[in-house]
Design a protein around this ligand. Structure first.
Ligand code: 5AD
Length: 484
């Protein structure tokens, strides 16, 4: 199949589907027409797209945790706890690492070991191994919509099983679940895998079932300049809509400077709408997702609550439709259900307190927005130019050329030349532009802001600043200032 942004042809989809559904025995449980009928029976309160549309209209920010364990009843108990004791508005099912790597045999081993030891030996819920009926039990056990959250380069079978299983939202995308997660998978391959997933969602849509899709916004974490993650989000939005997706949540990971974070939340949906329109796609439902701090956390739980709260503030003031919540156990690993619910309650308290407040549209906020818009457009226009109008082809070439370059990504298909660093106010700027297609004015802006920090700290901007920034929050600060 030649790479193109165009909708997959039905024959190619059918051919792949045979292959996908026979990769593990539970694939046989998928009966598309029956799955459509099942999805149609779900009450509106359990349909993510419907709930997000409601939230957007009311201007509220919903809180959603991450959560997943190996066994079905324990997973259900966990989700119920997060709903009832944490007040989660939306629920996740986080998938384990074996499933993310399509290693279903090893996931099976993890399930059996968990049964015999009596606690979860997987870092998530192995939805493919458990199969369609188990997914339905999960969905039927709670009162709110449930989303699949993972990190899978090839999620075709996972999507088939979980969507037939009644999940109404599927996270991920061809770039966002490749470049930050895999070392050796070509972007061209993941674009094709995710076109399958998006086409599947398109087929549900054409049969009257709306499934929400959510590209993974934060990429590698907290030092990703907003224009880079926005460019990836818009590309994945275009790729999804081209396959028939009609409901999208676009994500952004907290950088830590409030003005920049709010500017990023304001500009993300505008850019997606702009490029969808420019490329002739129909209007779709777009909501935003804000990720609380995706970098290293302080070990001290009291300090962790501070980090969590600051994320809740940015989500509320930026009017994100949804916030993905961290827990006080973040520095340690997978949280207990109590810690997870505590993160939710902290977040919801802040969201409720800020519900009716907005950040004034100051000159500074307008400037941040302008810079993000300009930078993202320069990247996206170059992607389209490289692809001769085709966003899929352009994306592959843009990664080769370093026109899109994700800092700190493990993928060998990412050039990895750019270096971000914070300015003196904690906003994420660019220290080394690598091959980003930015003009003089943008470069001067970043350099000037970083130089100001250098003066404040009495040192020349250098790689050391980047290192200091990576560890700063864990040590109790946002900007990695030298000691003394
Ligand atoms: N349960 C709860 N949180 C999880 N994360 C990953 N797997 C799980 C799970 N099974 C969280 C990590 C990190 C984020 C990327 O996902 O703790 O915060």
């Amino acid at each position: 199949m030649e790479l193109s942004v165009k909708q997959m042809d039905p024959e190619e989809f059918g051919r792949q589907r045979q292959e996908v559904l026979t990769a593990w025995p539970t694939g046989k449980e998928v009966d598309f027409d029956e799955a459509v009928a099942y999805q149609k029976e779900l009450p509106a309160a359990k349909v993510m797209a419907a709930k997000l549309a409601q939230g957007k209209a009311k201007g509220v920010t919903y809180a959603q945790p991450r959560a997943g364990v190996a066994l079905i009843s324990e997973h259900i108990e966990l989700l119920r706890y997060l709903q009832d004791e944490g007040g989660a508005d939306l629920l996740p099912t986080t998938i384990d690492s074996y499933t993310r790597q399509n290693r279903y045999k090893e996931a099976q081993g993890g399930i059996e070991e968990s049964r015999s030891i009596g606690r979860s030996m997987l870092n998530g819920f192995p939805a493919v191994n458990h199969g369609v009926m188990a997914c339905r039990r999960v969905v039927e056990s709670v009162g709110v919509p449930v989303q699949v959250r993972h990190g899978t380069p090839d999620a075709r079978l996972l999507a088939e099983v979980t969507l037939a299983g009644g999940f109404t939202d599927f996270e991920g995308g061809s770039i966002s679940y490749n470049i930050p997660y895999a070392k050796d998978v070509p972007v061209e391959n993941t674009i094709k895998y995710w076109q399958y997933v998006d086409r599947l969602v398109g087929l549900y849509e054409e049969n009257g079932v709306r499934i929400n899709r959510e590209p993974f916004g934060p990429l590698t974490g907290t030092l990703v300049p907003p224009s880079i993650s926005h460019a990836v989000g818009v590309i994945e939005a275009v790729l999804a809509v081209a396959q028939g997706v009609k409901s999208l949540s676009l994500g952004y990971g907290q950088c830590g400077n409030l003005i920049q974070d709010v500017a990023a939340l304001h500009t993300l949906p505008l850019l997606a709408q702009e490029y969808l329109k420019k490329l002739g796609y129909p209007e779709v439902m777009i909501t935003t997702v804000f990720h609380q701090w995706m970098g290293g956390f302080p070990q001290d739980e009291a300090k962790a609550y501070g980090v969590i709260s600051w994320g809740a503030v940015a989500a509320a003031l930026g009017k994100a439709t949804k916030v993905i919540v961290k827990t006080p156990h973040e520095a340690l690993g997978i949280p207990t259900k109590e810690a997870n619910a505590a993160g939710l309650r902290t977040t919801k308290q802040v969201l409720n307190m800020l519900r009716d407040q907005t950040l004034p549209q100051t000159e500074e906020l307008t400037l941040e927005e302008k810079m993000i818009l300009r930078e993202t457009r320069l990247i996206l226009d170059k992607v389209l130019e490289l692809g001769e109008g085709d966003m899929a082809v352009g994306s592959v070439r843009a990664f080769q050329a370093g026109v899109i370059d994700v800092p700190f990504a493990p993928s060998r298909f990412n050039v990895g030349k750019i270096l971000p660093a914070r300015d003196t106010t904690g906003a994420v700027r660019i220290l080394d532009f690598g091959c980003l297609p930015f003009d003089r004015e943008i470069r001067d802006f970043h350099q000037e802001r970083i130089a100001r920090r250098g003066r404040d700290e009495g040192r020349d901007p250098s790689f050391q600043m980047v290192i200091d920034d990576i560890y700063a929050i864990g040590k109790g600060m946002l900007v990695g200032r030298p000691r003394g």
